[in-house]
Ligand binder design. Structure first.
Ligand code: PLP
Length: 425
């Protein structure tokens, strides 16, 4: 199906007469997200796409079809969601899969044995595990490099490079890769650019508009937004990949179920308001962390002191709500995590609840020690997915956790030195 933004606007009553692209994009993000593309049910007038909880679809008679036969190949509830995601990402077509990892795996299957790919060295540990442990035996060669440095990226290209895969902002060090430049480098080399757009979502960043070929998502994160559904998406810019991704989902069946598709469609309606609130809170949390005496460094792309702040402004319409920060004393980390009252110590991101993660032991545990050390993913680093609770409550919880842990470390030190004194006596 062909997606044309201006045509889509005509579908939704009240969006007529949009002249400029900027005007359109702004209104698209706030109105089309709510109205979706193909939501509802024309026959009954239902506003919500029905949950077609059926694995099988019958045919009216021989040589006639409704368009559906078996849910692994297609399901109306899932298709409504896929069309909305394709529209939001400005792509030709999207597939909804059972997890972000299933989406990333489907993109990897575009590669042949002996093909080379360049991957952001700072990326989600599960993606590293998939590339290095699971796919290595199929002869796919992977170079992990700092893709935020365009020169390094360019110099990493080999004659057999077929794919550049980036996360931007990266996870957890919040490095930003210039998507336009990465696309140029990929295309000059005859390769494709794949962008994991999980952190910013199409609400803040549209990589396909910047030259990327394929976008992947962990829909489990902001798109789902409520920490209750595991889900992934792949979105393509060119219809030449339709066959590959259709065959992938049809043959393997790692598709999103009807009920989960419904939940995702429901969540997408509030994406704009959630992302705005996430971001507003993140700015406040970032400002607070930067002034805290126990904090050594803060990494947030929306911070004016972030080295890629200007690039972020250029290629994205917002900064999201992922923050990493470094504490001065690594010994305080177990106490900080145990002292949290409001914030969950948990391994995910993008939901309405604020989560704190210890990347070195959780999300990035699968990455070899020497790579982690090189990146700075060490025992002093914590990652925050800032939720939509009241910002003051999030800040108060971080403050009390940092302060109490520091007191305990201090007390521990004092009792150690008292013990020593006793021994000496
Ligand atoms: C940036 C990023 N991409 C992909 C994934 C994998 O997604 P899922 O957990 O939905 O399989 C994650 C999971 O944390 C992630 O953070």
């Amino acid at each position: 199906m062909e997606f044309n933004l201006k045509d889509m606007a005509k579908i939704v009553k009240g969006l007529e007469g949009i002249d400029t692209d900027a005007d359109f994009l702004k209104r698209e993000k706030e109105t089309l997200i709510v109205r979706g593309f193909e939501t509802g049910d024309a026959e009954t007038g239902a506003l919500t796409t029905p949950i077609f909880q059926s694995a099988v679809f019958s045919h009216p008679r021989y040589a006639e079809a409704t368009g559906y036969s078996y849910t692994r190949a297609g399901n109306p509830t899932r298709l409504a969601l896929e069309n909305t995601i394709a529209a939001l990402e400005h792509g030709k077509k999207a597939w909804a899969l059972s997890s972000g990892m299933a989406a990333i795996s489907s993109v990897l299957k575009l590669m042949n044995p002996g093909d080379h790919m360049i991957v952001s060295e700072d990326l989600y540990g599960g993606t590293y595990r998939l590339f290095s442990d699971l796919y290595a035996k199929y002869g796919i060669l992977v170079s992990y490099v700092d893709t935020s440095d365009s020169k390094v990226l360019k110099n990493s290209v080999r004659p057999n490079t077929k794919q550049i895969f980036i996360e931007t902002p990266s996870n957890p060090m919040m490095r930003v890769t210039d998507i336009r430049k990465a696309a140029e480098i990929a295309h000059t080399a005859g390769a494709i650019l794949v962008v994991d757009n999980t952190f910013l979502t199409p609400y803040f960043q549209n990589p396909l508009d910047l030259g990327a070929d394929i976008v992947v998502h962990s829909g489990t994160k902001y798109l789902g937004g409520h920490n209750d559904v595991l889900c992934g998406f792949v979105v393509i810019r060119d219809e030449k990949w339709i066959e590959h991704f259709f065959m992938n989902t049809m043959s393997e069946g790692a598709v999103l179920g009807a009920f989960d598709s419904y939940l995702l469609s429901r969540s997408l309606k509030t994406l704009a308001v959630r992302m705005e609130r996430h971001q507003e809170n993140a700015r406040k949390v970032c400002d607070f962390l930067k002034t805290h005496e126990k904090v050594a460094q803060v990494y947030y792309v929306g911070d004016k002191d972030h080295p890629s702040y200007r690039l972020s402004r250029k290629q994205s319409s917002g900064f999201g709500a992922m923050i990493s920060f470094r504490v001065k004393n690594a010994k305080a980390i177990p106490k900080i995590l145990s002292n949290l009252k409001l914030i969950y110590f948990a391994e995910s991101l993008g939901g309405v609840e604020t989560l704190m993660t210890f990347p070195v032991e959780q999300t990035h545990g699968a990455i070899p020690e020497e790579i982690r050390q090189k990146l700075g993913v060490d025992e002093t680093l914590l990652r925050l997915s800032v939720g939509i609770e009241h910002a003051d409550d999030i800040i108060a919880d971080i403050d009390q956790a940092l302060t109490r842990s520091a007191l305990r470390v201090q007390r521990h030190k004092e009792s150690e030195s008292n013990d020593n004194q006793v021994t000496i006596k």
